[in-house]
Design a protein around this ligand. Structure first.
Ligand SMILES: *[C@@H]1O[C@H](CO)[C@@H](O)[C@H](O)[C@H]1NC(C)=O
Ligand SMILES: *[C@@H]1O[C@H](CO)[C@@H](O)[C@H](O)[C@H]1NC(C)=O
Ligand SMILES: *[C@@H]1O[C@H](CO)[C@@H](O)[C@H](O)[C@H]1NC(C)=O
Ligand SMILES: *[C@@H]1O[C@H](CO)[C@@H](O)[C@H](O)[C@H]1NC(C)=O
Ligand SMILES: *[C@@H]1O[C@H](CO)[C@@H](O)[C@H](O)[C@H]1NC(C)=O
Ligand SMILES: *[C@@H]1O[C@H](CO)[C@@H](O)[C@H](O)[C@H]1NC(C)=O
Length: 399
């Protein structure tokens, strides 16, 4: 009998235990069916990433974060990996948030949040780390370049992930270069080259390399100013068309070239300048204080830099002011020029006179008449002015 009772007790205990387990299981159902919720995170290298994992309903089942190498980072509020960059932000029954600071490219990968139900439910979150490109460097500058040299400018930026974009600008205008991308570890080295023949016009031109990347709010810019050396080019400018004896006369040797060709040398008729007081050389200028017909001849200025020598010539013919009258063609030319100038001046005076008269008066037809009837310009102006005064008087009278 005692044995029988004992057996019943054992059965009862067993049943109770079975029910107890069943009860616990049904209670756990709250978190049983659901998966933890996570989000992908993108962070710039060196920045801080928050990794959040949530469950809507939870009894005291633990949450866990592990890294791409399957190492546990946090199990609930318990830190599992020794890495001072990884800290706990929040651990509740419904949330486990951790923070990874000073993120490096090697932190990138798939992180896993696990909910320790039976069986374990996991969700992946991808941590994307952006590599910040280094400030671009321009190489290939032969400083200074020579005219007609062929140079290749190369702009390089390393450390970007994903690969950065390089753009080139010649002053402010975009020009297109080549593109080459190499992977170096987890990031990329991007290189772009511009090849061109150097022209005189490139002197002082700014070449800018611009690096654009998702991790940068403003592109990184590097600028180099091209210096181009070129052979001199000379030109002579003179102060008057018809140099006459006794006048002051000046020749200027205008030179360009880089480096600036200096000094400027002056020659007359293939030889030295005559050593006379009237002739003064000052830098690029040759001044003859009082022209004399012995001064006529061919003047030449010459200048060089290390790329070459250049010269320019001017032939001076000194006119005798007294003889000018007898010079047929010259006289005609001067006469013609004077006549044209006088004619234009007269026309201007007439047009201006009529214009002013019309716009100041009230009675247009009356005023204009004076000018039209006039035998010459002066009379026209006088007539026009007279009428103008008259017109004003009339105006007052009528008011
Ligand atoms: C990460 O979480 C902390 C604490 O909630 C917050 O102060 C910080 O702004 C978050 N950082 C990012 C990048 O979301
Ligand atoms: C969770 O655990 C705490 C203490 O560890 C306890 O007070 C609470 O009742 C538990 N909650 C559930 C739903 O089991
Ligand atoms: C998270 O990133 C992974 C890998 O890049 C991608 O396959 C997945 O669709 C992303 N999930 C979300 C919710 O954006
Ligand atoms: C890429 O790799 C090639 C071959 O190793 C090398 O010649 C080239 O200079 C590299 N380019 C860059 C941008 O690093
Ligand atoms: C020109 O030079 C000659 C000789 O040097 C001199 O006799 C003459 O008076 C000069 N003429 C003028 C206009 O200066
Ligand atoms: C110089 O000018 C005079 C007249 O002014 C002229 O007779 C002479 O031929 C000129 N000489 C040269 C070299 O031009």
């Amino acid at each position: 009998m005692i044995v029988k009772q004992h057996l019943i007790f054992i059965l009862y205990s067993l049943c109770a235990n079975v029910f107890k387990v069943a009860g616990t299981k049904s209670k756990a159902k709250g978190s049983q069916g659901q998966f933890p919720i996570t989000q992908n995170v993108t962070v710039v290298e060196g920045g801080t990433a928050n990794m959040t994992c949530r469950v809507d309903y939870n009894d005291n089942t633990s949450l866990q974060w592990s890294n791409p190498a399957q190492q546990t980072l946090f199990f609930g509020d318990k830190k599992a990996l020794r890495d001072h960059r990884i800290e706990l932000v929040r651990a509740t029954s419904q949330e486990l948030t951790i923070r990874i600071s000073d993120v490096s490219l090697s932190d990138e990968g798939q992180y896993t949040c696990s909910l320790f139900t039976m069986p374990v439910k996991t969700t992946k979150a991808f941590l994307t780390v952006l590599g910040v490109p280094a400030r671009p460097e321009i190489t290939g500058f032969t400083k200074p370049a020579k005219e007609r040299d062929v140079i290749t400018l190369t702009c390089t930026t390393s450390g970007s992930k994903p690969a950065a974009h390089i753009r080139w600008f010649r002053n402010d205008k975009e020009v297109h270069g080549t593109r080459e991308v190499n992977a170096t570890g987890k990031s990329f080295t991007v290189r772009s080259s511009l090849k061109f023949e150097v022209d005189k016009q490139d002197d002082g031109v700014a070449y800018t390399c611009s690096v654009e990347h998702v991790s940068l709010s403003n592109p990184y810019l590097t600028t180099e100013v091209l210096e181009v050396h070129y052979a001199p080019q000379l030109e002579i400018r003179h102060s008057m068309i018809i140099p006459q004896e006794g006048q002051y006369f000046k020749l200027e040797c205008v030179s360009n070239g880089n480096p600036i060709p200096e000094p400027v040398l002056w020659f007359k008729d293939g030889g030295e300048l005559p050593d006379i007081e009237r002739m003064i050389v000052e830098g690029r200028e040759l001044t003859i204080t009082t022209l004399n017909k012995t001064d006529n001849g061919t003047y030449r200025c010459e200048a060089s830099n290390h790329l070459g020598t250049s010269s320019a010539e001017y032939t001076l013919f000194v006119y005798d002011p007294n003889a000018l009258g007898q010079h047929g063609p010259d006289h005609a030319l001067i006469g013609g020029v004077v006549a044209v100038v006088v004619f234009i001046t007269l026309c201007l005076i007439i047009v201006l006179g009529r214009y002013l008269a019309r716009h100041k008066g009230t009675y247009l037809t009356h005023e204009a008449k004076g000018a039209e009837d006039a035998p010459d310009a002066d009379t026209a102006i006088i007539n026009a002015e007279g009428n103008h005064v008259h017109a004003e008087e009339k105006k007052e009278y009528f008011i």
